[in-house]
Design a protein around this ligand. Structure first.
Ligand code: ZN
Ligand code: ZN
Length: 384
């Protein structure tokens, strides 16, 4: 199946219904989506009779390899991409051409207008992104492959870590294993948060050692053009160093109990996923589980656990690690079969730490399918 060709056919139809002669695609991810070309610094002109990839000499061979069925203009270094694009548009005779309003600079658009004065440029936002929300089978397979690589890397990671490893060491190790497992890298700054540092949902790595806390939160992913994004929180096999033990805030639950509540919230959210469901209702299903439990601590006694789930439940994932739909309480998005989203409930308690469980999920006709396969139950991902 030539998925890029199919995507271009659907896009051409969308342009036709808007009475547009063409679209100049300037966002690298959208160029990749429509052509299969994975380099950067290149544009794609979608025109009724000549779809043209506009690239430069650095990518000449890659273009031939990745999209042999496409016309390509390889610009010389003496010409800018905008100049080359204007030439393609002028030659095509197109009168009204959309540009990606949120993906082109004002300067580039002004230059285009001067270089192609006969073309009317129509700023349009999110046309290709809207098409990318529902994944085709080729994309689902690519995301699944990224998830597999991320999981393989994590399994390698947990067998090798040591008590003296710092958060920075662990981030380095995970990123190395992700590349070794087959990815081109990680799609965002990996998180390895020890002990109470897990209370920061986006904790940057420090020199804190694994033995300094009783738990470890890891949020990592794989970049295989398509992305994976996962989180696991583990109890440290080393326990907390005796000198540190009394410093941990008491919250009235042990790790397993709080973990169980987060897992229940994730399961409640998963059960709410089906085509036609509102994304905000999926978020609410998780939040409801948290709202029926209260903290039992000196500092925060009686406070609702829902107050400690401080971010949205999840996000779409695909060519970008964060993309539509939005899965949060103020989202107006409605789920459709073929969407891929993360479901990542968490609790962040200052002085105690955090627990987050994040999985990548495909919305199916029947409901949902987990693309990630790492165990979610506490204690099942043991260090060895
Ligand atoms: Zn994540
Ligand atoms: Zn995420």
């Amino acid at each position: 199946m030539n998925y890029p060709l199919e995507r271009r056919t659907i896009l051409a139809q969308a342009l036709k219904t808007r009475d547009l002669d063409g679209l100049l695609v300037t966002a690298p991810v959208n160029v990749t989506y429509l052509t299969g070309f994975t380099g950067d610094s290149s544009y794609f002109a979608v025109l009724p009779k000549n779809e043209t990839l506009i690239s430069d000499t650095r990518f000449e061979e890659q273009v031939k390899e990745e999209c042999p069925d496409l016309d390509a203009v390889i610009r010389p270094h003496s010409k800018t991409t905008i100049e080359a694009a204007a030439e393609v548009l002028n030659k095509s005779g197109a009168k009204s051409v959309a540009v990606e309003a949120n993906r082109i600079t004002v300067g580039d658009l002004e230059a285009l207008k001067q270089l192609a004065p006969k073309v009317t440029f129509v700023p349009l936002e999110g046309l290709v992104e809207a098409q990318r929300v529902v994944k085709d089978p080729g994309e689902v397979e690519s995301i699944r492959a990224a998830v597999r690589v991320a999981e393989r890397a994590f399994r390698m990671f947990v067998t090798t870590i040591r008590e003296a490893d710092t958060e920075k060491d662990m981030v380095d190790a995970i990123e190395k294993y992700v590349r070794r497992a087959g990815a081109r890298g990680t799609p965002f700054q990996t998180i390895a948060a020890v002990g109470d540092r897990g209370a920061l949902p986006h904790a940057p790595p420090t020199d804190r050692q694994l033995g300094d806390g009783s738990k470890l939160l890891v949020d990592w992913g794989a970049d295989m053009i398509y992305k994976a994004d996962l989180t696991r929180t583990l109890r440290s096999p080393f326990g907390t160093a005796p000198s540190r033990r009394n410093k941990q805030e008491r919250v009235g639950y042990d790790f397993e109990e709080l973990y169980g509540i987060v897992l229940m919230a994730q399961n409640a959210a998963l059960s709410a996923i089906r085509p036609g469901a509102k994304a905000k209702d999926v978020d609410a299903a998780a939040r409801k589980v948290f709202s029926i439990a209260k903290l039992k601590s000196d500092k925060h006694d009686g406070e609702n656990l829902a107050d400690y789930f401080t971010h949205g439940l999840g996000h779409g994932i695909g060519l970008e690690v964060h993309e539509a739909p939005r899965v949060r309480s103020n989202s107006e998005d409605v789920l459709e079969a073929g969407m891929v989203i993360t479901i990542e409930p968490g609790l962040y308690i200052p002085g105690w730490g955090g627990i987050r469980i994040e999985d990548d999920v495909l919305v199916t006709k029947e409901g949902y399918k987990l693309l990630s396969t790492l165990p979610r139950e506490p204690g099942t991902l043991a260090f060895s």
